[in-house]
Design a protein. Structure first.
Length: 394
């Protein structure tokens, strides 16, 4: 089994492209540009095969100034997707070049798993950037040129969704083709359940996105990813959503935060299109009940391998939240596990992207809905971090 890692950002929402005034201090380029070469070497030394990275995250650096989300007269956030700022693509291209340059000097490559948006992208807008008050420079006011979140229209409105995919996803895919061998897969969204009616475990119908619109977004985005020659994946928070929705891709991903309730099931998807564990906690307080008193990352990796998963990705290298405890002991566990694995390229685990529809690859029959599957939703409801606090996330 391969081990990936959730980087998952350097500065949440502003790793690529412009940043709010003053947020980068004396730097003229994103902060990750100073650290990434050293980080890649360090992760390679641990035996990491894949780095998962949130690109637009909550959207702060996409749609700024006159293109930023606005409140309408009814108090709803409205957003008209605009072309990406050229610096966003320049910065993303630079990240790909850094990976490519690093891989040129090693035998075992590290691949990138970009995540287009986080679910926070669609939550109600939030004004967290301040600027001097023009009428009284001694005071500060909210800067409406910079809005976190508030971009649900990019998924919920069919015309705007098409524009968003045309102006945002497609250019990212085109830049990715310049270093296609760096990309492990392209992920359209992280944890769509938390914003989707019918998928959220709370059963309410007042979330930003209706299920039919989320399905359309996933179908259209994965089709474009596949057309560009990359493997699509979706970062489902719950295995239940992956099973029940029938929405599967070449790489079927779910996140495992059992909260003391759920044993990790065996990987039962078609081995040509397997399930992977896209996130699991490094903190020992998220109990895996099947491990008893042994709650180390090494124990969790060994259990995932024994259950047939081809890759598992601990959360997280650079965040600070209740599911993260990235310590020297965790790194020793990862190093110990990867040292015991047969060397292989992570891209050999799944076939190249195909032309098959997003909803055609199903898990093998796993029996009727059970008490365990009901508990999965309960664990997801109570145990999932929401929202996250990340390194220098504002």
């Amino acid at each position: 089994m391969h081990v990936g890692v959730n980087y998952p950002w350097f500065d949440y929402g502003w790793d690529f492209g412009p940043a709010p005034p003053g947020w980068r201090g004396s730097l003229t380029a994103p902060g990750w540009t100073v650290e990434i070469d050293r980080h890649l070497q360090h992760l390679h030394d641990l035996g990491i095969s894949v780095v998962r990275w949130f690109v637009l995250a909550d959207g702060l650096a996409y749609g700024t100034g006159p293109d930023a989300p606005t409140l309408d007269s009814s108090g709803e956030w409205r957003f008209d997707p605009a072309p990406l700022d050229a610096t966003v693509l320049d910065d993303f291209g630079e990240l790909l070049r850094r990976f490519a340059d690093f891989n040129a000097g090693v035998q075992r490559s590290i691949r990138l798993l970009p995540v287009l948006i986080d679910f926070h992208f669609c939550n109600p807008g939030a004004l967290r950037v301040l600027k001097p008050d023009p009428s009284d420079p001694s005071k500060v006011i909210q800067d409406t040129d910079w809005v976190k979140q508030g971009r649900a229209d990019a998924i919920a409105d069919a015309d705007k969704r098409r524009t968003f995919l045309d102006e945002v996803l497609d250019p990212f895919l085109q830049v990715s083709q310049n270093h296609a061998d760096v990309i492990y897969a392209w992920e359209s969204i992280n944890e769509p359940e938390w914003i989707t009616n019918g998928w959220h475990p709370d059963g309410r119908d007042d979330h930003p996105i209706d299920e039919r619109f989320m399905r359309a977004f996933l179908d259209e985005s994965t089709t474009r990813i596949r057309r560009a020659g990359f493997r699509p994946t979706i970062g489902f928070a719950l295995l239940d959503t992956l099973r029940d929705s029938g929405i599967t891709t070449e790489i079927n991903q779910f996140h495992h935060y059992p909260g003391g309730s759920i044993k990790l099931p065996r990987q039962t998807f078609d081995p040509r299109f397997p399930a992977i564990i896209g996130e699991f906690a490094t903190a020992s307080n998220d109990i895996w009940p099947d491990l008893g008193e042994r709650q180390t990352v090494l124990d969790r990796l060994q259990r995932a391998a024994a259950k047939g998963y081809p890759i598992a990705m601990p959360w997280a290298f650079r965040t600070q939240d209740r599911h993260t405890s990235w310590t020297a002991a965790v790194e020793d566990d990862i190093r110990t596990f990867t040292a015991e694995q047969a060397p292989a390229d992570v891209t050999d685990l799944v076939p190249p992207a195909s032309g098959v529809s997003v909803e055609t690859r199903r898990a093998k029959k796993s029996g009727p809905r059970s008490k365990e599957r009901k508990q999965t939703r309960e664990a997801g409801r109570g145990g999932k971090r929401r929202p996250r606090k990340g390194s220098r996330k504002r």
